[in-house]
Design a protein. Structure first.
Length: 165
């Protein structure tokens, strides 16, 4: 599924400098920015920013992801958050998040938790035993647990604690 990016963007950025330039110059709104993050994918983002995630960019990513998060992109967003957490000076970037960015981060994890728990409940209802006799529900729940474990690990890395969890 091809995602339409703004016409000013001739090709996807390959370095942090190209990304930063395109992010500022070509991406006119947070929806365009979200599409760019989707198009690049979590592994490319992790590679681009492995050694240099520009100050302030992590906070902008969190705001963009929070404002545009939807059910179909849940795993993708978790992968992005995971790859960004492996970048150099990540802990320092988290320390320097503004209050607004921290709030967006907290809201994003709340959304992801709601999506994940909603999908978990939905898929349990839908599951039927497989032809080979194994119980598909077990497989589903295990995957849900893996996602939950990943989310808790990321919440810890991003210094988020949800009061109502």
């Amino acid at each position: 599924s091809k995602i339409d990016l703004p016409q000013e963007l001739e090709h996807l950025p390959e370095t942090s400098a190209e990304f930063y330039r395109d992010w500022r110059r070509c991406m006119k709104n947070n929806q365009d920015r979200y599409l760019l993050l989707l198009q690049l994918g979590s592994q490319n983002l992790g590679r681009i920013f492995q050694t240099d995630l520009a100050f302030g960019l992590l906070g902008e990513f969190l705001v963009v992801l929070n404002q545009n998060a939807c059910i179909k992109d849940c795993n993708f967003i978790l992968d992005i958050l995971e790859n960004l957490s492996g970048t150099k000076r990540f802990g320092l970037n988290v320390e320097f998040l503004s209050e607004t960015e921290k709030e967006n981060c907290r809201q994003l994890f709340e959304k992801l938790q709601k999506i994940e728990s909603g999908l978990g409940n939905f898929s349990k209802i839908q599951q039927i035993p497989n032809e080979d006799g194994t119980d598909a529900t077990q497989i589903c729940c295990q995957t849900g647990k893996e996602i939950e474990k990943k989310m808790l690990k990321l919440m810890n890395l991003y210094q988020i604690s949800l009061i109502n969890s």
